[in-house]
Design a protein. Structure first.
Length: 348
């Protein structure tokens, strides 16, 4: 029984999209018979091998249920109880995880304002101080998001500069890779160039925004920098008994480059959308389109009227800035219909 209109497409979030058919097929193939629970299955073992191939070193992989769980778990593994995390003010861990890093993870976040969602060594230094001061939570980790919440993408050189600086201060580096595939597709370089080779210590590897039903993975790129992941995953209620079904989905993404093909398509659709709207009267794009999102300011009242036809979110309601997201299943016809509706509202 289908309860929704399967032809309905929105530009609200890549979380709105369905499941990629190749992922569904992989789930069906993984079903049937019995496999060892809690990660002792063949699919999780193969995922470990594939991640080592992808990142070019002996990494450790911990499949989990969701992105918030992955971020909290990864950051916990880097920090003592008195540790703090320097992050962008717009970071998902700061704005969209309901205090989970602080309440569940037991860490202090030290957010820094950025113009484009990206940290720099200079911006990190705004909060990377007070080492040894017992009155201050110790800034012992940096968290960056690739791509950022504003759709911008760190270059390999920018990630390396952050990691080198953080490590020189005795800090470790976490990357929130909820849209890691979009970054890899945009940069056109092996993912290891802006992760493991650049000095990132631990990574949250995204799946849900790129065509899986549920599931992400914590990848310890530098296992020596992490501690207790095997125990923390269970404590944080992120240990799946039927882990093969998370691992099978992530394997499907990595098979035959599906993760890059899907993300590259979403990126291309966002570029098409931006090209179609940026010259419209009253529309001002506010950020570079370097992944699958377009950020724009609209005239008064346009967003509210347009939302009666297409769902999307405000990014900064006071500034009338909105966010439009594309997915692996966004088609040019969807964009044409959206742009036509936008043009009609602009003419009202």
């Amino acid at each position: 029984m289908t309860l929704h209109d399967p032809t309905l497409i929105s530009f609200a979030s890549d979380n709105y999209s369905g499941v990629h058919p190749e992922v569904l097929a992989a789930l069906a193939a993984a079903n049937g018979g019995h496999q060892v629970a809690y990660g002792g299955d063949d699919y999780t073992a193969r995922l470990q091998q594939e991640m080592c191939q992808l990142f070019g070193k002996d990494v450790e992989v911990f499949p989990v249920f969701n992105g918030t769980g992955a971020n909290v778990l990864a950051l916990q593994s880097l920090l003592p109880r008195w540790g703090a995390v320097v992050c962008a003010g717009t970071a998902h861990i700061n704005m969209d995880e309901n205090g989970a890093p602080e309440r569940v993870g037991g860490m202090k976040l030290l957010p820094v304002a950025t113009p484009n969602g990206k940290l720099t060594p200079e911006l990190i230094d705004k909060e990377a101080w007070g080492f040894g001061d017992e009155h201050r939570a110790q800034p012992l980790a940096v968290s960056i998001t690739q791509t950022t919440e504003l759709g911008t993408c760190y270059t390999p050189e920018e990630v390396r500069a952050i990691c080198d600086h953080a490590h020189s201060l005795g800090m470790k580096v976490h990357m929130d890779g909820a849209r890691l595939a979009n970054a890899a597709a945009f940069l056109g370089v092996p993912v290891r160039e802006f992760t493991s080779d650049a000095g990132v210590d631990v990574l949250s590897f995204g799946g849900t925004k790129n065509g899986v039903i549920f599931g992400e993975a914590v990848v310890a790129l530098n296992p020596a920098a992490t501690d207790g992941l095997i125990f923390l995953r269970k404590m944080n209620m992120q240990l799946s008994s039927k882990m093969r079904f998370i691992s099978a989905q992530l394997l499907a993404l990595l098979s035959d480059g599906l993760w890059l093909r899907s993300a590259g398509h979403a990126n291309a659709m966002a570029a098409t959308l931006r090209a179609a709207v940026q010259s419209l009267p009253g529309v001002h794009c506010t950020q570079p389109t370097e992944s699958n999102g377009v950020f724009a300011v609209l005239p008064e009242g346009v967003a509210e009227r347009l939302r009666t036809k297409f769902r999307f979110y405000d990014w900064d309601e006071g500034a009338r800035e909105v966010r439009w997201m594309c997915s692996f299943d966004t088609q040019e016809s969807d964009i044409s219909a959206f742009v036509a509706a936008l043009q009609a509202e602009l003419a009202t």
